[in-house]
Write a protein that binds this ligand. Structure first.
Ligand code: FAD
Ligand code: MG
Length: 351
């Protein structure tokens, strides 16, 4: 290059060289979805991100799963040593001081218990164990002896006072008191949603603005995929390989689905599943087989999908319609289906 040419093009060449170096050094953000799956809370949790550099994504994923583990260490009744395990194993009636975060989760559960007139019940741990749903695999369930169910119902009706209490002590500390049989704390329909809310907060704090976190039937979403919505499928309740409905979602939204196909076993053609009706002490036979709820908080969606499932189509619909910012998609055993006008999703297949 002669002197004149260098004078003309030199600054551009230097700028280009610098820019190329900067691109390599900075590592470009990925224009694609990256997903990582871990086992947590007895289910698979998948964290997906869009458009972040590998270094940012890797760090975020570690922090997100650590946050989920923190919630599990508080709210699991399966793991020994958690506050919930401790509450369920002290002498009945003994107040146990709990961390503020657990008090927040339980307060929400007790509030939903009241609002749903008992359809939602965070005290069904003993009953869940009777049916074999307390731990793991779907086919380990068993039908309890009729006498066990009658005894449980009898005790439950005798106790006009709800046997789980959250109390603020004069010192300011929060304590939980469980009266013992028939009450056992089970946050299985709340804490997964709460964990996803906290996981999403961590995702955003880690610099990821576009992402999706799925845990079992619950999920929480933020942003988009470069302006394109996240595509979510809702499983067909009677055909594993089919999607019943699909949603295209951009921005901040949580969705939870409760179905009688998540954990179940079959006896004489009857489906025995893990969503229990405290009125009958048996798996809910409200007619509903799949309930999806969309709202801002995953914890609210998680609780509501279970509560509405137990309430049934008519009461459940009214319950959803009463609440601002809550949308639902409901399907019954006999093929009736309903979705609220604001629900983000389209039917693809009938039940
Ligand atoms: P949802 O409808 O959201 O909830 C159903 C669950 O809520 C039931 O399984 C029962 O626990 C409870 N429930 C039933 N009826 C009612 C009712 N009427 N009102 C309120 N609650 C009700 N499972 C394992 O097998 N091993 C584990 O180690 C394990 N650890 C867990 C730790 C945590 C912190 C949590 C939250 C759950 C854990 N689970 C574990 C449970 C497991 O992942 C459940 O399958 C899951 O919580 C049920 O969620 P879902 O969305 O399928 O159903
Ligand atoms: Mg749920």
């Amino acid at each position: 290059m002669n002197r004149a040419t260098f004078k003309k093009w030199g600054p551009f060449i230097l700028l280009l060289a610098f820019f190329s170096f900067w691109l390599v050094w900075k590592k470009p953000a990925h224009q694609e979805v990256h997903s990582t799956t871990h086992l947590a809370m007895g289910t698979l949790v998948t964290v997906s991100t869009w458009g972040v550099a590998t270094s940012v994504e890797e760090k975020a994923v570690v922090q997100i799963f650590a946050r989920i583990d923190q919630v599990e260490e508080l709210a699991s009744r399966q793991k020994t040593g958690t506050p919930v395990y401790q509450i369920n194993h002290v002498t009945p009636g003994t107040p146990v001081v709990v961390p503020e975060e657990l008090a927040t989760i339980l307060a929400a559960g007790l509030e939903m218990h009241t609002a749903s007139h008992g359809a939602f019940d965070p005290g069904l741990g003993f009953l869940s164990d009777l049916w074999g749903f307390g731990h793991g695999l779907p086919d380990v369930g068993k039908i309890p002896a009729a006498t066990e169910l009658t005894a449980w119902l009898h005790e439950r009706k005798k106790n006009t006072d709800y046997g789980i209490k959250l109390v603020q002590e004069p010192s300011g500390a929060m304590t939980v008191q469980v009266d013992g049989y028939p009450f056992t704390l089970d946050l299985g329909a709340i804490a997964k949603g709460y964990a996803l809310d906290k996981a999403m907060e961590t995702m955003k704090q880690s610099g990821v603005q576009n992402g999706l976190i799925i845990g079992g039937g619950d999920m929480i979403i933020t942003g988009s995929k470069g302006g394109q919505p996240w595509r979510i499928g809702i499983q067909h309740p009677r055909d594993h390989d089919k999607i019943m409905a699909s949603s295209e979602i951009k921005g901040d939204l949580a969705m939870a689905t409760s179905g009688d196909y998540e954990r179940f076993f079959m006896v004489d053609g009857e489906r025995e599943h893990h969503i229990l009706d405290p009125q009958t002490a048996k798996p809910s036979r409200s007619g509903l087989i799949s309930v999806s709820i969309q709202t801002q908080k995953a914890m609210t969606a998680d609780m509501l999908s279970t509560a509405v499932f137990v309430m049934g189509m008519e009461k459940g619909r009214k319950f959803i319609e009463k609440m601002a910012g809550v949308e639902g998609m409901l399907v019954t055993e006999n093929g009736e289906r309903w979705k609220s006008p604001g629900f983000q999703g389209q039917w693809l297949e009938g039940p």
